[in-house]
Write a protein of this length. Structure first.
Length: 113
């Protein structure tokens, strides 16, 4: 019985595409027990994260729409009660990031200039 070496080489797995992320520094940190959250990382939502909300509501930073979407795309994941208790200035910052993610690149470039 002859043994033969496995001649298959492992094919390198291409890296997953990176998801655009923005970091928001909170004006009013969130306290979770002994942990204090001072910044939130917001990932660009995929269509599934936007289920159950109207895109126009998200673009207009409707509080109810943001309350549904933000827990799905934030790290650490915000809870709905935390969002409802959040400083309005922080909610505006988070909503602006989410709304900007939904704009086409051309419109983002126009808004930046």
């Amino acid at each position: 019985m002859t043994e033969h070496a496995d001649t298959q080489t492992e094919t390198p797995v291409p890296p997953l595409p990176s998801v655009p992320t923005e970091t928001v520094e909170l004006d009013s940190p969130i306290t979770r027990g002994k942990q204090t959250v001072t910044e939130i990382h917001v990932r660009k939502p995929k269509s599934g994260a936007l289920r159950g909300v109207a895109l126009t509501d998200v673009l207009q930073m409707d509080v109810q729409a943001l309350t549904k979407v933000l827990p799905r795309i934030t790290d650490p994941a915000l809870t709905e009660p935390e969002i409802r208790d959040m400083d309005p200035a922080d909610l505006v910052q988070l909503g602006t990031v989410v709304a900007n993610f939904l704009l086409p690149r051309r419109m983002q470039a126009d808004a930046a200039s």
